[in-house]
Design a protein around this ligand. Structure first.
Ligand code: GDP
Length: 299
């Protein structure tokens, strides 16, 4: 929590400063409420949440004196209300083995790193893990996954650069079944420059996975880079359409001023948020907790 708080300090200090400059021990009036709404929207919390917070203030405290601390407490409360329903752990124990997780997301958002961190977590829980280097396009991504595999004791299925991603996914499914592994984590390409190609590739990958197990992939997890702010919203929409995203991981919450976007995404899409990334290290993946996030953001 301390690290999340430190990470989100830039988000929260912008909010804290905004709130402090608006609520200067005067009676609550319409212009203060309007200013607050602007500050909240600028912090990426989304229009709905911003309005809910100002309305709550308006209904209870209009024309009364109000301190910035009270505003922050109400902010934390309202943000928690939005986040609580989506703070859901990743359940890897349903269905038959292997439990298949497809990781999707724009290049650079932290797919490979998150797979490495998850692999470590699962290994520690005593699960056998296999990794599939489905981002066959980028040699660096394959190499990176191999490093994570050797670090966390997971077997890595990889092919030469440029190999067919669907073919690799098919082989990985077979291997995972033959070897009776508990969890198969499949990396994918995230070239957003060519959406038609990306869509086509992800569709094929999902189709061949289903040939082995119609219920798989059991989870399709989208990684979102917190530092990209509003872009994250459109990424949820695109990957939701293409790959049927079932859950989210927000990465790079260490040291960003844009963490508020998670609130807007939760309010709009109501997708489970499983984990947050708070650094580049193998341990820097934490279960998502609504209260911690809300208080870290409210300052
Ligand atoms: P991919 O292209 O989606 O697979 O992204 P990568 O996993 O290769 O990550 C891109 C960069 O972001 C790498 O330099 C990672 O070390 C870094 N990264 C990933 N997650 C986090 C995080 O939670 N915090 C920070 N600070 N960096 C991260």
């Amino acid at each position: 929590f301390q690290r999340l708080r430190a990470g989100l300090s830039r988000s929260s200090s912008a909010l804290t400063e905004g709130i402090s400059s608006i609520f200067t021990k005067r009676k609550l009036d319409a212009s203060m409420l309007e200013d607050l709404e602007d500050v909240l929207i600028q912090a990426d919390l989304g229009v709905d949440t911003a309005m809910a917070i100002t309305e709550r203030l308006a209904s209870g405290r209009y024309d009364k004196e109000i301190a910035p601390e009270e505003v922050r407490a109400i902010l934390a409360d309202e943000v928690e209300k939005v986040l609580e329903p989506v703070a859901l752990p990743l359940d890897l124990n349903r269905g038959k083995k292997p439990h298949v997780v497809l990781m999707v997301g724009v290049n650079g958002t932290g797919k490979t790193t998150t797979i490495g961190k998850l692999s470590q977590k699962l290994a520690r829980e005593g699960k056998t893990v296999m990794l599939a280097a489905g981002d066959t396009f980028r040699a660096a991504a394959v190499e990176q996954l191999k490093i994570w595999g050797s670090r966390t004791g997971a077997e890595v299925i990889a092919r030469a650069t440029g190999a067919d991603a669907a073919g690799l996914a098919f082989d990985a499914m077979k291997e995972a079944k033959d070897k009776n592994v508990d969890v198969l984590l499949i990396d994918t390409a995230g070239r957003l420059q060519n959406k038609a190609e990306l869509m086509d590739e992800l569709e094929k990958v999902i189709r061949v996975i289903k040939k082995h197990d119609p219920e798989a992939p059991h989870d399709v997890i989208l990684t979102l880079d917190a530092t990209t702010g509003q872009n994250a919203l459109s990424q949820v929409e695109i990957f939701g359409r293409v790959a049927g995203v079932t859950g989210l991981v927000m990465t790079k919450l260490d040291g960003t001023a844009r963490g508020g976007i998670l609130v807007a995404i939760a309010a709009k899409h109501k997708l489970p948020v499983h984990f947050i990334g708070i650094g580049e290290g193998v341990e820097d993946l934490e279960p998502f907790k609504a209260r911690d996030f809300a208080t870290a953001i409210a300052g």
